[in-house]
Design a binder for this molecule. Structure first.
Ligand code: MG
Length: 371
Protein backbone atom coordinates (compact mmCIF):
# COMPACT_ATOMS: atom_id res chain seq x y z
CA UNK A 1 0.00 0.00 0.00
CA UNK A 2 1.28 3.48 -0.90
CA UNK A 3 0.21 7.00 -0.01
CA UNK A 4 -1.19 8.54 -3.19
CA UNK A 5 -2.55 11.94 -2.15
CA UNK A 6 -2.98 14.26 0.85
CA UNK A 7 -6.24 16.22 0.82
CA UNK A 8 -6.92 19.14 3.16
CA UNK A 9 -10.25 20.72 4.05
CA UNK A 10 -10.14 24.06 5.92
CA UNK A 11 -13.02 24.57 8.35
CA UNK A 12 -14.17 27.31 10.71
CA UNK A 13 -16.46 25.78 13.30
CA UNK A 14 -18.05 28.17 15.83
CA UNK A 15 -18.15 27.19 19.49
CA UNK A 16 -21.64 27.25 21.05
CA UNK A 17 -21.83 30.93 22.19
CA UNK A 18 -22.93 29.92 25.71
CA UNK A 19 -19.77 27.84 26.15
CA UNK A 20 -17.06 30.01 24.52
CA UNK A 21 -13.84 29.50 26.50
CA UNK A 22 -12.22 32.60 27.97
CA UNK A 23 -8.85 32.16 29.66
CA UNK A 24 -5.70 34.13 30.40
CA UNK A 25 -4.68 33.37 26.79
CA UNK A 26 -7.75 35.02 25.26
CA UNK A 27 -11.07 33.81 23.89
CA UNK A 28 -11.68 30.61 21.88
CA UNK A 29 -14.95 31.30 20.02
CA UNK A 30 -14.23 29.73 16.64
CA UNK A 31 -12.03 26.79 15.67
CA UNK A 32 -9.91 27.49 12.57
CA UNK A 33 -9.09 23.83 12.03
CA UNK A 34 -8.01 21.70 9.08
CA UNK A 35 -9.34 18.25 8.23
CA UNK A 36 -6.90 15.95 6.48
CA UNK A 37 -7.48 12.90 4.32
CA UNK A 38 -4.53 10.67 3.51
CA UNK A 39 -5.43 8.65 0.40
CA UNK A 40 -3.79 5.37 -0.61
CA UNK A 41 -3.52 3.42 -3.85
CA UNK A 42 -5.61 0.62 -2.27
CA UNK A 43 -8.61 2.85 -1.66
CA UNK A 44 -8.20 3.02 2.13
CA UNK A 45 -8.34 6.60 3.42
CA UNK A 46 -7.07 7.88 6.76
CA UNK A 47 -8.62 10.84 8.55
CA UNK A 48 -6.74 13.50 10.50
CA UNK A 49 -7.48 16.86 12.10
CA UNK A 50 -5.23 19.85 12.80
CA UNK A 51 -6.94 21.17 15.96
CA UNK A 52 -4.66 24.19 16.04
CA UNK A 53 -5.19 27.70 17.31
CA UNK A 54 -2.45 30.31 16.87
CA UNK A 55 -2.24 31.24 20.55
CA UNK A 56 -1.41 27.64 21.41
CA UNK A 57 1.25 26.59 18.95
CA UNK A 58 1.44 29.29 16.30
CA UNK A 59 -0.54 27.15 13.84
CA UNK A 60 -3.95 27.39 12.20
CA UNK A 61 -5.67 25.91 9.15
CA UNK A 62 -3.76 28.22 6.79
CA UNK A 63 -0.25 27.45 8.06
CA UNK A 64 -1.15 23.76 8.34
CA UNK A 65 -2.39 23.54 4.74
CA UNK A 66 0.71 25.40 3.54
CA UNK A 67 3.20 23.16 5.32
CA UNK A 68 1.31 19.97 4.46
CA UNK A 69 1.35 20.86 0.78
CA UNK A 70 4.89 22.25 0.50
CA UNK A 71 6.93 20.23 3.02
CA UNK A 72 5.09 17.25 4.44
CA UNK A 73 3.22 15.75 1.46
CA UNK A 74 6.48 15.37 -0.53
CA UNK A 75 7.84 13.27 2.36
CA UNK A 76 4.79 11.02 2.33
CA UNK A 77 3.79 10.42 -1.29
CA UNK A 78 4.70 6.91 -2.45
CA UNK A 79 5.48 5.76 1.11
CA UNK A 80 3.86 2.80 2.92
CA UNK A 81 1.38 4.47 5.34
CA UNK A 82 1.73 1.62 7.87
CA UNK A 83 5.36 2.58 8.59
CA UNK A 84 4.13 5.06 11.18
CA UNK A 85 7.26 5.46 13.33
CA UNK A 86 9.55 5.91 10.33
CA UNK A 87 7.23 8.44 8.68
CA UNK A 88 6.77 10.35 11.95
CA UNK A 89 10.56 10.72 12.18
CA UNK A 90 10.68 11.84 8.54
CA UNK A 91 8.09 14.55 9.19
CA UNK A 92 10.01 15.70 12.27
CA UNK A 93 13.12 16.21 10.14
CA UNK A 94 11.22 18.01 7.36
CA UNK A 95 9.64 20.74 9.52
CA UNK A 96 10.44 22.24 12.92
CA UNK A 97 7.62 22.72 15.43
CA UNK A 98 4.03 22.69 14.11
CA UNK A 99 3.04 19.65 16.20
CA UNK A 100 -0.72 19.91 15.61
CA UNK A 101 -0.08 19.83 11.83
CA UNK A 102 2.14 16.75 12.09
CA UNK A 103 -0.33 15.07 14.47
CA UNK A 104 -3.07 15.22 11.83
CA UNK A 105 -0.95 13.11 9.50
CA UNK A 106 0.15 10.72 12.24
CA UNK A 107 -3.42 10.02 13.42
CA UNK A 108 -4.46 9.47 9.79
CA UNK A 109 -1.70 6.86 9.42
CA UNK A 110 -3.04 5.03 12.51
CA UNK A 111 -6.51 5.22 10.95
CA UNK A 112 -5.18 3.60 7.77
CA UNK A 113 -3.30 0.90 9.70
CA UNK A 114 -6.42 0.11 11.73
CA UNK A 115 -8.64 -0.05 8.65
CA UNK A 116 -6.16 -2.31 6.84
CA UNK A 117 -5.88 -4.61 9.88
CA UNK A 118 -9.61 -4.51 10.69
CA UNK A 119 -8.89 -3.31 14.25
CA UNK A 120 -9.66 -0.17 16.26
CA UNK A 121 -6.56 1.96 16.97
CA UNK A 122 -6.72 1.29 20.73
CA UNK A 123 -6.27 -2.41 20.02
CA UNK A 124 -3.24 -1.73 17.81
CA UNK A 125 -1.76 0.23 20.73
CA UNK A 126 -1.93 -2.83 22.98
CA UNK A 127 -5.57 -3.00 23.94
CA UNK A 128 -7.68 -1.27 26.57
CA UNK A 129 -6.39 -0.51 30.06
CA UNK A 130 -9.81 0.93 31.01
CA UNK A 131 -13.39 0.38 29.87
CA UNK A 132 -14.03 4.05 29.14
CA UNK A 133 -12.24 7.36 29.60
CA UNK A 134 -13.39 9.46 32.56
CA UNK A 135 -13.73 13.11 31.55
CA UNK A 136 -14.18 16.44 33.27
CA UNK A 137 -15.86 19.70 32.30
CA UNK A 138 -14.07 23.03 31.78
CA UNK A 139 -15.61 26.29 33.04
CA UNK A 140 -14.57 29.41 31.14
CA UNK A 141 -13.02 32.48 32.83
CA UNK A 142 -16.31 34.38 32.89
CA UNK A 143 -17.96 36.35 35.70
CA UNK A 144 -18.88 34.37 38.85
CA UNK A 145 -22.63 34.13 38.19
CA UNK A 146 -22.17 32.87 34.66
CA UNK A 147 -19.40 30.46 35.76
CA UNK A 148 -21.70 29.10 38.49
CA UNK A 149 -24.56 28.54 36.07
CA UNK A 150 -22.28 26.77 33.53
CA UNK A 151 -20.91 24.58 36.34
CA UNK A 152 -24.40 23.75 37.65
CA UNK A 153 -25.51 22.86 34.11
CA UNK A 154 -22.50 20.52 33.77
CA UNK A 155 -23.29 18.76 37.07
CA UNK A 156 -26.92 18.41 36.04
CA UNK A 157 -25.76 16.73 32.84
CA UNK A 158 -23.69 14.26 34.88
CA UNK A 159 -20.13 15.58 35.24
CA UNK A 160 -18.46 14.66 38.56
CA UNK A 161 -15.24 16.61 37.95
CA UNK A 162 -14.42 19.95 36.39
CA UNK A 163 -11.86 22.72 36.20
CA UNK A 164 -12.22 26.48 36.21
CA UNK A 165 -10.13 28.91 34.18
CA UNK A 166 -8.20 31.31 36.42
CA UNK A 167 -5.13 33.51 35.98
CA UNK A 168 -7.07 36.53 34.72
CA UNK A 169 -7.29 38.67 37.88
CA UNK A 170 -6.68 37.39 41.45
CA UNK A 171 -9.89 38.72 43.02
CA UNK A 172 -12.04 37.70 40.07
CA UNK A 173 -10.36 34.28 40.09
CA UNK A 174 -11.24 33.80 43.78
CA UNK A 175 -14.83 34.94 43.24
CA UNK A 176 -15.25 32.64 40.22
CA UNK A 177 -13.92 29.53 41.99
CA UNK A 178 -15.99 30.32 45.09
CA UNK A 179 -19.15 30.68 42.99
CA UNK A 180 -18.46 27.43 41.15
CA UNK A 181 -17.77 25.51 44.39
CA UNK A 182 -21.03 26.80 45.87
CA UNK A 183 -22.92 25.81 42.72
CA UNK A 184 -21.56 22.25 42.50
CA UNK A 185 -21.46 21.31 46.19
CA UNK A 186 -18.63 19.63 48.08
CA UNK A 187 -18.60 16.25 46.26
CA UNK A 188 -17.74 17.24 42.68
CA UNK A 189 -13.98 17.38 42.13
CA UNK A 190 -12.71 20.83 41.17
CA UNK A 191 -9.36 21.94 39.72
CA UNK A 192 -8.09 25.24 38.33
CA UNK A 193 -6.26 26.04 35.07
CA UNK A 194 -4.34 29.33 35.00
CA UNK A 195 -2.93 28.85 31.46
CA UNK A 196 0.31 30.36 32.73
CA UNK A 197 -1.43 33.59 33.71
CA UNK A 198 0.05 34.08 37.20
CA UNK A 199 3.52 35.41 38.06
CA UNK A 200 5.26 32.82 40.30
CA UNK A 201 4.74 34.73 43.57
CA UNK A 202 1.05 35.31 42.82
CA UNK A 203 0.63 31.65 41.86
CA UNK A 204 1.78 30.46 45.30
CA UNK A 205 -0.53 32.92 47.06
CA UNK A 206 -3.49 32.04 44.87
CA UNK A 207 -3.13 28.27 45.15
CA UNK A 208 -2.90 28.59 48.94
CA UNK A 209 -6.01 30.82 49.03
CA UNK A 210 -7.91 28.49 46.68
CA UNK A 211 -7.44 25.53 49.01
CA UNK A 212 -10.43 26.94 50.86
CA UNK A 213 -12.51 25.66 47.93
CA UNK A 214 -10.87 22.24 48.02
CA UNK A 215 -9.17 22.33 44.62
CA UNK A 216 -7.48 19.06 43.71
CA UNK A 217 -4.99 20.30 41.09
CA UNK A 218 -3.52 23.55 39.77
CA UNK A 219 -2.85 23.45 36.03
CA UNK A 220 -0.06 25.54 34.47
CA UNK A 221 0.00 28.11 37.29
CA UNK A 222 2.91 30.01 35.71
CA UNK A 223 4.10 30.67 32.16
CA UNK A 224 6.10 27.89 30.45
CA UNK A 225 9.19 30.10 30.09
CA UNK A 226 11.42 28.40 32.67
CA UNK A 227 10.86 25.07 34.44
CA UNK A 228 12.31 26.57 37.64
CA UNK A 229 9.23 28.82 37.94
CA UNK A 230 6.91 25.85 38.14
CA UNK A 231 9.35 23.97 40.40
CA UNK A 232 9.36 26.96 42.79
CA UNK A 233 5.57 26.99 42.91
CA UNK A 234 5.32 23.22 43.35
CA UNK A 235 7.72 23.27 46.31
CA UNK A 236 5.52 25.77 48.12
CA UNK A 237 2.04 24.30 47.62
CA UNK A 238 0.38 21.03 48.59
CA UNK A 239 -2.02 20.78 45.67
CA UNK A 240 -0.73 18.68 42.72
CA UNK A 241 0.72 20.89 39.97
CA UNK A 242 -0.17 19.99 36.38
CA UNK A 243 1.99 20.99 33.40
CA UNK A 244 0.18 21.77 30.14
CA UNK A 245 1.75 24.59 28.08
CA UNK A 246 5.14 23.47 29.54
CA UNK A 247 5.01 19.98 28.03
CA UNK A 248 4.98 19.47 24.26
CA UNK A 249 7.73 16.86 23.93
CA UNK A 250 9.25 13.91 25.82
CA UNK A 251 12.27 16.18 26.42
CA UNK A 252 10.01 18.80 28.04
CA UNK A 253 8.60 16.03 30.24
CA UNK A 254 12.10 14.89 31.20
CA UNK A 255 13.14 18.45 32.10
CA UNK A 256 10.03 18.93 34.25
CA UNK A 257 10.60 15.59 35.99
CA UNK A 258 14.27 16.38 36.67
CA UNK A 259 13.35 19.77 38.12
CA UNK A 260 10.53 18.23 40.20
CA UNK A 261 8.33 20.89 38.62
CA UNK A 262 5.07 18.95 38.12
CA UNK A 263 2.99 16.08 39.47
CA UNK A 264 0.89 15.54 36.35
CA UNK A 265 1.45 16.12 32.63
CA UNK A 266 -1.46 17.15 30.44
CA UNK A 267 -0.77 15.46 27.10
CA UNK A 268 -2.58 15.89 23.78
CA UNK A 269 -2.30 14.05 20.50
CA UNK A 270 -1.96 17.44 18.78
CA UNK A 271 0.52 19.14 21.10
CA UNK A 272 3.04 16.32 20.90
CA UNK A 273 2.71 15.65 17.16
CA UNK A 274 0.78 12.40 17.31
CA UNK A 275 -0.39 9.39 19.28
CA UNK A 276 3.09 7.80 19.35
CA UNK A 277 4.88 10.90 20.69
CA UNK A 278 2.12 11.43 23.29
CA UNK A 279 2.69 7.87 24.53
CA UNK A 280 6.42 8.57 24.85
CA UNK A 281 5.59 11.48 27.19
CA UNK A 282 3.37 9.12 29.22
CA UNK A 283 6.31 6.70 29.42
CA UNK A 284 8.58 9.47 30.75
CA UNK A 285 5.93 10.24 33.38
CA UNK A 286 5.75 6.58 34.43
CA UNK A 287 9.53 6.34 34.67
CA UNK A 288 9.60 9.46 36.85
CA UNK A 289 6.81 8.26 39.15
CA UNK A 290 4.42 10.89 37.76
CA UNK A 291 1.14 10.55 35.90
CA UNK A 292 -0.74 12.07 32.96
CA UNK A 293 -4.13 13.31 31.94
CA UNK A 294 -5.31 14.31 28.46
CA UNK A 295 -5.92 17.99 27.73
CA UNK A 296 -7.85 19.63 24.95
CA UNK A 297 -7.87 22.36 22.36
CA UNK A 298 -11.59 21.76 21.71
CA UNK A 299 -11.01 19.05 19.13
CA UNK A 300 -13.74 18.09 16.67
CA UNK A 301 -14.75 14.46 16.14
CA UNK A 302 -11.71 13.11 14.29
CA UNK A 303 -9.07 14.36 16.74
CA UNK A 304 -11.31 13.58 19.74
CA UNK A 305 -11.43 9.97 18.51
CA UNK A 306 -7.61 9.91 18.40
CA UNK A 307 -7.51 11.19 22.00
CA UNK A 308 -9.98 8.53 23.13
CA UNK A 309 -7.96 5.68 21.56
CA UNK A 310 -4.80 7.09 23.18
CA UNK A 311 -6.43 7.38 26.60
CA UNK A 312 -8.06 3.97 26.46
CA UNK A 313 -4.78 2.15 25.73
CA UNK A 314 -2.12 4.09 27.65
CA UNK A 315 -1.35 3.00 31.24
CA UNK A 316 0.69 6.18 31.92
CA UNK A 317 -2.55 8.17 31.70
CA UNK A 318 -4.59 8.07 34.93
CA UNK A 319 -8.01 9.18 33.74
CA UNK A 320 -9.67 7.98 36.93
CA UNK A 321 -7.62 10.20 39.26
CA UNK A 322 -7.20 13.06 36.76
CA UNK A 323 -10.18 12.92 34.38
CA UNK A 324 -9.43 13.93 30.78
CA UNK A 325 -10.63 16.98 28.84
CA UNK A 326 -12.12 14.95 25.98
CA UNK A 327 -15.08 17.27 25.75
CA UNK A 328 -14.52 19.07 22.42
CA UNK A 329 -17.60 17.55 20.75
CA UNK A 330 -19.84 18.92 23.53
CA UNK A 331 -18.78 22.48 22.67
CA UNK A 332 -20.01 22.40 19.07
CA UNK A 333 -23.29 22.19 17.25
CA UNK A 334 -21.66 19.32 15.34
CA UNK A 335 -18.39 17.39 15.67
CA UNK A 336 -18.57 16.94 11.84
CA UNK A 337 -18.97 13.16 12.13
CA UNK A 338 -21.64 11.03 10.51
CA UNK A 339 -22.13 9.20 13.81
CA UNK A 340 -21.25 11.47 16.75
CA UNK A 341 -18.74 9.97 19.18
CA UNK A 342 -20.06 8.32 22.35
CA UNK A 343 -18.82 11.29 24.40
CA UNK A 344 -21.12 12.08 27.29
CA UNK A 345 -20.90 14.12 30.49
CA UNK A 346 -18.13 12.30 32.35
CA UNK A 347 -17.13 9.55 29.94
CA UNK A 348 -15.76 9.03 26.44
CA UNK A 349 -15.68 5.86 24.38
CA UNK A 350 -14.57 5.14 20.81
CA UNK A 351 -16.75 3.62 18.12
CA UNK A 352 -15.92 -0.09 18.03
CA UNK A 353 -14.82 -0.01 14.39
CA UNK A 354 -11.50 -0.31 12.53
CA UNK A 355 -9.03 2.59 12.70
CA UNK A 356 -10.18 5.75 14.47
CA UNK A 357 -13.71 4.44 13.87
CA UNK A 358 -15.10 7.70 12.53
CA UNK A 359 -16.51 8.99 9.24
CA UNK A 360 -17.02 12.61 8.21
CA UNK A 361 -20.51 13.94 7.52
CA UNK A 362 -19.90 15.49 4.11
CA UNK A 363 -22.89 17.83 4.36
CA UNK A 364 -21.67 19.28 7.64
CA UNK A 365 -18.10 19.52 6.37
CA UNK A 366 -19.36 21.61 3.43
CA UNK A 367 -21.41 23.77 5.76
CA UNK A 368 -18.37 24.73 7.85
CA UNK A 369 -15.81 24.77 5.04
CA UNK A 370 -13.73 27.97 5.18
CA UNK A 371 -13.95 30.00 1.99
MG1 MG B 1 -4.69 23.74 30.09
Amino acid sequence: MKISRIETIPVDVPVNPALVIRSSLGTHAISPFLLVRVHTDEGITGLGEVSATPRWSGEDRVTAAHFLETLLAPQLLGEDPTHIERLTAKLARALAGNPFTKAAVEMALWDILGKSAGLPVYRLLGGPVREFVTTKWSVSGVDPDKAASIAAWAVERGFRAMKVKVGLDPDQDMARVQAVRRAIGPEVRLGVDANGGWPPRVAVQMIRRLREYNIYFAEQPVAPLDVSWMADVRRQVEVPVMADESVYTPQDAMALARAAAADVFSIYVGKSGGIGPARRIAAVAEAAGLTCTVGSNLELGVASAAMIHLSLATPGINAEEFPCDIIGPLFYESDLLKDPLPVTAGSARPHERPGLGVELDEGKVERYRAR
